[in-house]
Write a new protein. Structure first.
Length: 237
């Protein structure tokens, strides 16, 4: 497998073509952004942590029957994944109120829901990723009803697996964002990343935040929180 030209540079990762047209290489950066790119910074070591954490969690999910884009970790920051056509939806699962949910509905953070919730937003930076319901997604051709059903079922399955996994390392999985893609034969697979950038993690005992909210809210200890999550997830770092 040969790394070829860069095909995309996003806020947190670069994507490179490979000599296999069905595969791409993703390279994780230390760059951090928040509030739709308004706040920018660097979290030293983040790229390597998010790469390794994502791959570890994707492999656990595969074993539990969730198809993912993961193929092979090449180095600290670089991973080969199946090239997919990304469904332009950010799929957000919430177990506990926080962030934009708490703000939108005027409630405090920390309400533990009896059942997880799901929401979609339209993956479009220019529009600020607006909230979107399934009818909107189908109307705009983002996905078919069959794909929406598959994505919902997969997202709740991911939540079941990860909630239990994190509970075992004394972390509450508050909420997280997933992205899904279509392989050339139309199969929906879990894509992108699962990391402290894309999940809210609270220590179950102290409720200390161990995720990107430390960067968003200028709480300090950002690098330490990312390292602590890698240690709990992988037993290293
Ligand atoms: P953003 O585009 O939001 O700034 P990133 O910096 O994480 O995000 O860039 C990575 C890009 O790669 C995202 O647009 C993501 O949707 C896309 N992507 C993730 N997994 C795959 C994949 N398996 N195949 C193709 N594109 C992918
Ligand atoms: N999230 C993400 N990317 C986004 C928006 C949200 O990874 O573009 C994650 C975020 O880290 C959190 C969850 O999705 O774990 C829910 O985020 P929320 O809607 O509360 O938005 P935020 O407070 O981040 O603006």
């Amino acid at each position: 497998m040969k790394k070829m030209e860069q095909i995309y540079e996003g806020k947190a990762k670069k994507v490179f073509a490979t000599d296999d047209p069905t595969l791409v290489l993703v390279s994780y950066k230390d760059d951090a952004t928040a509030f739709n790119g308004e706040k920018r910074g660097t979290i030293v070591g983040k790229g390597a942590i998010n790469n390794r954490v994502t791959n570890h969690l994707m492999q656990i999910l595969e074993k539990e029957g969730v198809p993912t884009h993961f193929v092979e970790e090449l180095s600290d920051r670089e991973t080969v994944v199946k090239k997919v056509s990304i469904v332009p939806l950010e799929v957000i699962i919430r177990n506990i109120s926080a962030g934009s949910f708490a703000k939108r509905f005027g409630v405090e953070e920390g309400i533990v829901f009896a059942e997880p919730t799901i929401e979609f937003s339209y993956k479009n930076d220019e529009l600020g990723d607006p909230l979107m319901n399934a009818y909107h997604a189908v109307a705009l051709g983002c996905a078919t009803w069959e794909e929406i059903d598959t994505i919902k079922a997969m997202a709740f399955k991911v939540n079941d697996v990860l909630k239990a996994f994190f509970k075992a390392v004394n972390v509450d999985l508050v909420d997280f964002k997933l992205e899904f893609g279509r392989t050339p034969d139309g199969t929906i697979v879990l894509a992108d990343e699962i990391s402290p950038d894309t999940c809210r993690f609270w220590d179950s005992t102290t409720h200390e935040k161990l995720d990107k909210d430390r960067f968003r809210r200028d709480l300090g200890g950002v690098e330490d929180a990312y390292s602590e999550m890698m240690r709990r997830i992988m037993g290293i770092g």
